[in-house]
Ligand binder design. Structure first.
Ligand SMILES: Cc1cc2nc3c(=O)[nH]c(=O)nc-3n(C[C@H](O)[C@H](O)[C@H](O)COP(=O)(O)OP(=O)(O)OC[C@H]3O[C@@H](n4cnc5c(N)ncnc54)[C@H](O)[C@@H]3O)c2cc1C
Length: 332
């Protein structure tokens, strides 16, 4: 069966939008519950190529996903997720959904090939994208897995940072949390902040400022990440926002903590979001959004945990919620 075309009568029971741990886990559960799911595995585009698979496609080693005692490469893990969904005959379209209409039933979804798909239930698992500074050097070391990352919880324990100085970029709660976490491994931990006051809550600020291993570099922006392809990151060149002067600080790692942008633009504001742009669920335990039949899972709703295992767990919940909702509506 293929996705519905304009004019045909196919109505999908469940469409899943996304291609990370939440989407593939939802697909495995939905397929095994006979919902015959259709996944729109979108991704970011690099040149003319689309790269689905979510955030783990851009990391090297994943050491904390249960079941892999020796760790596993991010892209390899995502390939395994996808293959498991395919094993239960999940149908897959490598396309981004660009518009949704949740005002009528069945829901109508439009993809980037201008095809429309109609569905009784939709699971939104489109993740969130880490915000980057946008420096060429930052992206070089990030892509090469050589010391620039946006996830301290994920990558902070790597040997390359042990007992070495590292920099956390940002000034909000996440930056302070990441910096406190990094003091378990690296010393000193610099927080590089462009202002002379942190944006983090008072209690978080106190925690950071009283930690002897954390040093805040005020009024500073990163001009360049320094290093080479052999050693990886060796330092950052900072600019003082007041005096305009530049200086080099030696670090072995750079952790971006300047927020994430949940991937929700294609929803056109039909679902509620919190003040950071994450989708709101109707309660903490289930995956219902305010529109019955539309469920959401993974980083697109989660500004707190943002891990592959939590995203996968929510994907499982969303598929079970969708299955039960369809049964309650008497949709076979
Ligand atoms: C550098 C880095 C390292 C990390 N390392 C780890 C780690 O070691 N361990 C760990 O547990 N977690 C790690 N994480 C966090 C982990 O990657 C995320 O928590 C997890 O991927 C979230 O899964 P998700 O399914 O919610 O979304 P994502 O993985 O973000 O996947 C969502 C996908 O949906 C696609 N999409 C978006 N919009 C659309 C649309 N309109 N139509 C179709 N598709 C769309 C996106 O392009 C993306 O490919 C890391 C994150 C980063 C950034």
């Amino acid at each position: 069966m293929t996705a519905s075309q304009p004019g045909d009568n196919t109505i999908e029971k469940t469409v899943i939008i996304g291609s990370g741990p939440a989407a593939w886990t939802a697909a495995v559960y939905a397929a095994r519950a006979n919902l015959n799911p259709l996944v729109f595995e979108g991704g970011i585009t690099s040149g003319s190529e689309m790269i689905p698979g979510g955030q783990l496609m851009f990391t090297t080693e994943v050491e904390n996903y249960p079941g892999f005692p020796q760790g596993i490469d991010g892209p390899e893990l995502m390939q395994a997720f996808r293959q498991q969904a395919e094993r239960f005959e999940t149908r897959i379209k490598t396309r981004n959904i660009i518009e949704c209409d949740f005002s009528k039933r069945p829901f109508v979804l439009k993809d980037d090939q201008a095809e429309e798909t109609r569905a009784h239930t939709v699971i939104v698992a489109t993740g969130a994208s880490a915000n980057w500074l946008g420096l060429e050097s930052e992206q070089h070391f990030r892509k090469a897995g050589l010391g620039v990352t946006a996830c301290a919880t994920c990558d902070g324990a790597f040997p390359r940072f042990r007992n070495k100085p590292v920099a956390v970029i940002g000034g909000g709660d996440s930056a302070v949390e990441e910096a406190s976490f990094m003091t378990k491994f690296a010393k000193p931990v610099y927080i590089v902040h462009r202002r002379e006051e942190l944006r983090a809550s008072k209690i978080m600020q106190q925690r950071a400022l009283s930690n002897e291993h954390i040093q805040v570099l005020w009024n500073s922006t990163v001009e360049e990440v320094l290093g080479d392809d052999e050693k990886g990151v060796t330092g950052i060149r900072l600019k003082d926002t007041k005096s305009g002067e530049s200086r080099v600080v030696e670090v072995a790692g750079v952790f971006l903590a300047i927020g994430h942008t949940p991937n929700t633009a294609f929803l056109g504001g039909q679902l509620d979001t919190d003040d950071k742009g994450y989708l709101k669920l109707t309660d903490n335990y289930r995956t219902f959004t305010k529109i019955p039949g539309v469920f959401a899972a993974g980083d697109v709703v989660d500004s707190v945990y943002r891990q592959a295992i939590t995203a996968a767990g929510m994907g499982c919940k969303a598929a079970i919620d969708a299955e039960r909702w369809l049964a309650e509506q008497g949709i076979e």
